[in-house]
Write a protein that binds this ligand. Structure first.
Ligand code: GLN
Length: 497
């Protein structure tokens, strides 16, 4: 039988539904791949071997009973360790939750299980999803399967690395400022940040509640769409969840086309700091869009220049409030509780021992920005900039159907290069952050390799809120054209581990 780990999710689901392969065989093949390569990659923090095989057996039993299987039944998935999983450890990449076993499933997990998706385990991430390289994980970095000395992006580097190393055909990420799209770009995979409120945040450990959004990661646009449909939709347990039908993303992915569409190129997403090979691939992609029948319009979003500054006030402010619950008293780590200390001292000792440097930096920044006397100057101003950014998008979407840009200014950088330079690290999300601030939908998909280093480059597509289907329509057309022209970078030049 062909190597089951090299197939797409839709291909695997087809084989399982037709009986050509069992879900148990598919799961075992991926577990064997994890055994073979994850020591080098370190995509997983926890592999749930028993749980995965039990889920797979249930799918095979269902088929044997003649029950109809869903479009992803039996397909393995790697889950970012930010979602609570009943009975399975959830760390958020932090020591502060080490050893905690959640008593409930996140809504997204409940939906994956209902769709008969097989959850292989939990993936590595920057602590509390704060970072762009997965180096801020308390459990050590993840390597980029294209070059293990380089970062796989962050914060969801484990999820994207699991795809690029063929340990899983599907993964879940979360995107507060780019953490689905930036790892997708630097690993040659597909990642989608759905419209804010499109996928439930219930059971997703909060970083910055007004920005956080879970979403699909895959190796193809269609696979991402199938996963998107499985996890999206209204959830009464999340008050910010949108109560409206899920945009028809699978239908769009099956009918890729850009003919007659207006595609905007944002002038502000270029210039200093952008790697030459990234711009070259991006410009070729724009040319390709023209060849495919799109009308390309150059436009300006003047407030985007301030997006990074606004984000790094809003996200830390919200995190300083959200992370107050990790007090060493209720759950997770507790340090210094020897009977002689006050609860306050135990909380302080626990937080000092449990949080890493980047998380502490953000809590301090956020607490400062929210303090009386500074609130208007910092948090208040950042919120005003946020409004201006939303207006820029609004104006842009009056002229075009989607926007395109590079996903990241550079390809994967070496592990260690930016870890002591937070500003350099923050720049990795220059192009992704505006969409989080405005709450609209965005995708990254591979657009070839940069000539100077042979590493993957990502093309970002941005659509208005609740027009997530446009991402898939354009993405599928572009993906097919790329494969025609240059082959699939990941499937044909699979990184050798
Ligand atoms: N890199 C950004 C940050 O560090 C975004 C992270 C994310 O999207 N979770 O905050």
């Amino acid at each position: 039988m062909a190597d089951l780990t090299k197939l797409t999710a839709s291909g695997l689901a087809g084989k399982i539904a037709s009986g050509e392969a069992t879900a148990v065989e598919v799961t075992e093949a991926h577990l064997a791949r994890i055994d073979a390569v994850d020591e080098k990659v370190h995509a997983f923090l926890h592999v749930d071997r028993e749980g995965a095989l039990a889920q797979a057996r249930a799918v095979d039993d269902k088929r044997a009973r003649g029950e109809k299987l869903g479009p992803l039944a039996g397909v393995p998935l790697a889950l970012k360790d930010i979602f609570t999983t009943k009975g399975v450890p959830t760390t958020v990449g932090s020591k502060i939750l080490e050893g905690w076993i959640p008593p409930y499933d996140a809504t997204l997990v409940t939906r994956l299980k209902a769709a008969d998706v097989v959850i292989l385990g939990k993936t590595n991430m920057d602590e509390f999803a704060m970072g762009s390289s997965t180096e801020n994980s308390a459990f050590g970095p993840t390597g980029n399967p294209w070059d293990l000395t380089r970062i796989p992006g962050g914060s969801g580097g484990g999820s994207s690395a699991s795809l690029a190393s063929f340990q899983a055909p599907l993964a879940i990420g979360t995107d507060t400022g780019g953490s689905i799209r930036q790892p997708a770009a630097v690993t040659g995979t597909v990642g989608v940040k759905p419209t804010y409120g499109g996928v439930s945040r219930y059971g997703m450990v909060a970083f910055s509640s007004s920005l956080d959004q879970g979403g699909p990661c895959a190796r193809t646009v269609l696979d991402a769409a199938l996963l998107h449909e499985a996890i999206a939709g209204h959830d009464p347990l999340d008050s910010t969840s949108i109560d409206a039908p899920v945009p028809p993303v699978v239908e769009a992915a099956r009918n890729g086309s850009v003919r007659g569409m207006r595609v905007g190129v944002v002038k502000e997403f270029a210039g200093e700091g952008y790697q030459a090979g990234v711009m070259q691939r991006f410009n070729e992609s724009v040319e390709l869009l023209r060849e495919l029948g799109a009308e390309v319009v150059e436009l300006s979003c003047p407030s985007f220049d301030k997006a990074l500054a606004a984000y790094y006030l809003i996200a830390p402010s919200e995190c300083s409030s959200n992370l107050a619950r990790f007090d060493g008293l209720r759950y997770g780590l507790r340090t210094g509780d020897d009977g002689s200390r006050s609860a306050e001292d135990v909380t302080a000792l626990t937080r000092a021992a449990g949080f890493g440097p980047e998380v502490k930096r953000r809590i301090m920044l956020g607490t400062y920005a929210l303090s009386s006397g500074y609130y208007d100057a910092y948090y208040g101003s950042a919120q005003k900039v946020r409004t201006l950014i939303s207006r820029d998008f609004q104006r842009a979407f009056e002229q075009v159907d989607v926007l395109v840009s590079p996903t990241t200014p550079t390809t994967a950088f070496p592990i260690g290069e930016r870890v002591d330079d937070p500003m350099a690290m923050y720049l990795a999300d220059l192009c992704t952050i505006p969409s989080n601030l405005a709450g609209n939908a965005a995708m990254s998909l591979p657009c070839g390799l940069a000539p100077e280093d042979g590493l993957p480059v990502g093309l970002q597509i941005v659509a208005p809120a609740m027009a997530d289907d446009r991402l898939y329509k354009v993405g599928a057309a572009v993906e097919a054209a790329f494969i025609d022209k240059w082959g699939h970078p990941l499937l044909e030049e699979a990184p050798s581990l």
